[in-house]
Structure formats: C-alpha cells, structure tokens
Design a binder for this molecule. Structure first.
Ligand SMILES: Cc1cc2nc3c(=O)[nH]c(=O)nc-3n(C[C@H](O)[C@H](O)[C@H](O)COP(=O)(O)O)c2cc1C
Length: 423
C-alpha cells in the first residue's frame, strides 16, 4: 500500500466514523475529526492553516460548526483565526496569515517553542486567581506582560480598526503599539493612555516632532523590512487578487498586480546604526527598535542608545532565515545584558508560549495576528476577549509552574530536551 492509498483508506475510515455513534463515545468532536481528516492542517495549527494545499478553502469550510458564532464561545485565540477566515476575503486572509518565501520562518516561529518545556511544580498552594501577571515598564504598570503589535493595514478590515484596538488596549490596561500614519485615528481614544507609535523606513523629523507633541511616550522603529522580500504567494494566490475583489478599495491597479519579488517591498535599505543615534539625539521619546534577532545587533542597539528592543520576525513577513523569534530570543537577551528591556513577538498563541519567553528573559510578549483575527471577527470585544484568554492561560501555567509573579519566572522554570536534571 503506498502512502496515497494509506491516506485514502484513513480518510474513508474517518468519514465512516463521522457518521457513527462511536464518534461521541470516543470523545471525538466534529472539529477534532476535521483536523484528523486534514493532517496538513493539524500540523499547521497555531501558525495558520496549511495555505499551500491545492484548495485551502476546502480544508475546513468557513461556515463549519468549528467556527465560533459568538465571542463568548472562544476558548483559544485560534478560534478567532477560523472566525476571521469566514469573514475576510480570501485575498486578505492569505495576505495576513501566511509568510514569505517558502514559509521557513513562519514554521520556525511555532516549531521553536518545542525546544523548550515548562517545569511544573506541585502542591504550591497557588490558585491561578492569586497569580500576579503585572509588569512594570518605564515606570508604567501594565496588567499583563503582553502587548498588541503594530499592524499597518488594520483599516482594511475594520474602518474603526485602530480605534477599536486602542480601546481594547485601554480597557484591558495592555500596552498597544500602532502602525504609522494613524496618529489622528488613535489620538481620538488615547487621552493620556500610553500608546506607542510605530513607523518603518527612514525617520522623518516633522513626524517625530508631531508624535512627540501629541504626548506619545515612545516610538517603535521597525528596522527589519529594509531589504525586501519574496512574496511568492502573490503568484500562487493570484486567483484571489481579482479586479472585482480588490479594485473597490485599492483602485484600478489592484493591491499587488503580480508577484512581488525580492527587493521590491523595502523600506529604507540605506539606514545604519548612525540613524538610530541621530534619532535618539533628536527626540525625548523612548526609542524602541523592532526586528532585532542577534546578540550583535542587541549590543549595537545598547551602544547607540536604544531604550528597548523587540526580537521579532515581523510575522514571518520578511525573511527566509528559518529562525523563529523564540529561538533568537536568548542571544538577544544576552546582547541587551539587562541594560535595556527586550520584547518579543511572532508566533505567540497561548499562555505557555508567553511563559517560555518570559523565562528566557523577555520583558513583554507581543501578538499580532491573534488580535487582528479577533478584531475582524468581533470588533473591540473580540480583542478584549483575546487578551482575557491569553491572560487566563498565562495565570494557569504560572500557577502550575509555582511562579506567583513574573519576577519568579526564571530560566529554572524551563527544561530543554537534553535537560540535565542532576543537581
Ligand atoms: C497583516 C500584518 C501587517 C503588519 N504590519 C506591520 C507594520 O506595519 N509594522 C510592523 O512593524 N509590523 C507589522 N506587522 C508585524 C507585527 O507587528 C508583529 O511583529 C507580528 O504580527 C507578530 O507575529 P504574529 O502575527 O505571529 O503574532 C504586521 C503583521 C501582520 C500580520
């Protein structure tokens, strides 16, 4: 029996099972069964669907009962992915969900977490409700060690997108970063709330001063999208980028007519560390560099006056390095050497992921797609629920690990596969 035969025999058996009362007896839900029928999809859980299957939309129909109908039904942040997929146009969904090149880095962002496991402690007497997840940063106390990453094109999904995200960040006392060009949008709801302003490309003095005058405490300078990328998926998904689907919002040219090859979509390839130093000398705001993935650059960030760094793969939307953020994090933390805080994002989908990053020395952990999916599905309430879910999961794993506060989470809370348990 070759592998194709084996696959179709398995498929037949599972389909038979789906119609059988045995299903309930075996504790299988239609959702689990759907996953079993699509090993590719299951293998990709947590990092987006398997977007390279020939007909990905057929993998799990958008209106399948696995798609939650109410925000109250959400049990994990991944529920929002399916819900968003049912609402978004295929072109937008793919654009937002997948990575670049052959998704090497997208996969690594999730696979990297498997390198680390959490060492649990028993009989600690710590109920999850008693766990303190607050984190203080630059003198501001946040309820969670969580931040909402900057996402440029939020308005494409929800005209009120930036405001809804800012409002959710406010009601949940969660650090929020917003993408360039949105000052006006977010100022409307900011009102004294510390929101951080993000931009890409060479910094513009007028804009920096404008942000400074508006009272924003920090600018996040994204320095990873400077040499272009290969958005090969624009070709494989070309059928979704039709004039009918795109021109209404993007004008006659459509959003991306044709594959965007390496070198095209780049922001300021000529920038150097000297520009960081100049920015620091120019503004009184904190300067945070987003996209640092090596010890060398973390050291340079410290030397050139950066106030913080974000270890990030930019949602795997840039490179084919095949290295996940969680894998780069330890050396970035070593480079920062405790002199400036290190943040991390890319691929974080649950409380245990966040816990691992905190144990490796991250101060705050960011999510991008999860809140974008939640926003598309259920607006502000969706984003708030997403934050609540991650918070609950984090509290549970912290209690299980015997760590009642963030400060108690250390490297000793983790093991690796080759962990030597002897004292
Ligand atoms: C659709 C989309 C647009 C994004 N736009 C920006 C951007 O304008 N600037 C930026 O620094 N990062 C941008 N990011 C990256 C996020 O800030 C963040 O690094 C990333 O989403 C985290 O990974 P995650 O989506 O796996 O949680 C974008 C991400 C997505 C998914």
């Amino acid at each position: 029996m070759d592998s194709n035969d084996r696959l179709s025999a398995r498929r037949e058996f599972l389909t038979f099972l789906a119609a059988s009362p045995l299903l309930a007896f075996a504790g299988l839900t239609p959702r689990l069964l759907a996953a079993a029928l699509e090993p590719a999809q299951e293998a990709n859980r947590g990092q987006g669907i398997d977007v390279r299957t020939e007909n990905p939309l057929a993998v799990l129909p958008p209106h399948d009962e696995a798609v939650i109908k109410s925000v109250k039904d959400a049990l994990t942040v991944m529920d929002f992915e399916l819900a968003a997929r049912a609402k978004m146009s295929p072109a937008h969904f793919y654009d937002w969900t997948i990575g670049t090149f052959f998704d090497e880095t997208l996969k690594a962002n999730r696979a990297g977490f498997e390198q680390y496991q959490i060492r649990l402690r028993r009989l600690t007497g710590i109920p999850p409700a008693a766990v303190d997840t607050s984190q203080t940063l630059f003198g501001v106390k946040w309820d969670y060690p969580l931040f909402l990453c900057p996402i440029g094109p939020l308005r494409a999904l929800d005209p009120e997108g930036y405001r809804n995200v800012a409002r959710a960040g406010k009601t949940r006392n969660t650090l929020t970063m917003v993408g360039s060009g949105l000052l006006e949008d977010v100022n409307a709801v900011k009102r004294g709330e510390p929101i951080w302003y993000q931009f890409s490309g060479p910094w513009k003095p007028e804009r920096i001063k404008e942000v400074e005058r508006a009272g924003w405490p920090a600018v996040v300078w994204t320095v990873d999208y400077t040499q272009g990328s290969n958005l090969e998926h624009y070709r494989t998904r070309q059928r979704y980028y039709t004039p009918e689907a795109c021109n209404g919002c993007h004008g006659d040219a459509g959003p991306s007519a044709g594959p965007r090859m390496a070198g095209e979509a780049s922001y300021g390839p000529g920038q150097t560390w000297n520009d960081v130093k100049r920015l620091k000398d120019f503004t009184t705001m904190k300067v945070i560099l987003k996209g640092i993935v090596t010890r060398d650059d973390a050291e340079l960030a410290v030397q050139n006056g950066a106030d913080g760094i974000i270890c990030s793969t930019h949602a795997a939307h840039v490179d084919a390095a095949g290295r996940g953020s969680i894998e780069s994090l330890p050396e970035v933390v070593a480079g920062a050497a405790g002199k400036i805080p290190v943040f991390v994002d890319s691929g974080f989908r649950g409380g245990a992921d966040i816990f691992k990053a905190l144990a490796l020395g991250a101060k705050m952990v960011g999510v991008g797609r999860p809140y974008a999916w939640a926003l598309v599905s259920f607006g502000q309430e969706g984003v708030e629920t997403m934050i609540d879910l991650l918070h609950t999961e984090l509290r549970i794993i912290m209690a299980q690990a015997g760590t009642p506060s963030i400060a108690k989470i250390t490297k000793a809370s983790l093991a690796t596969r080759d962990y030597a348990w002897e004292r």
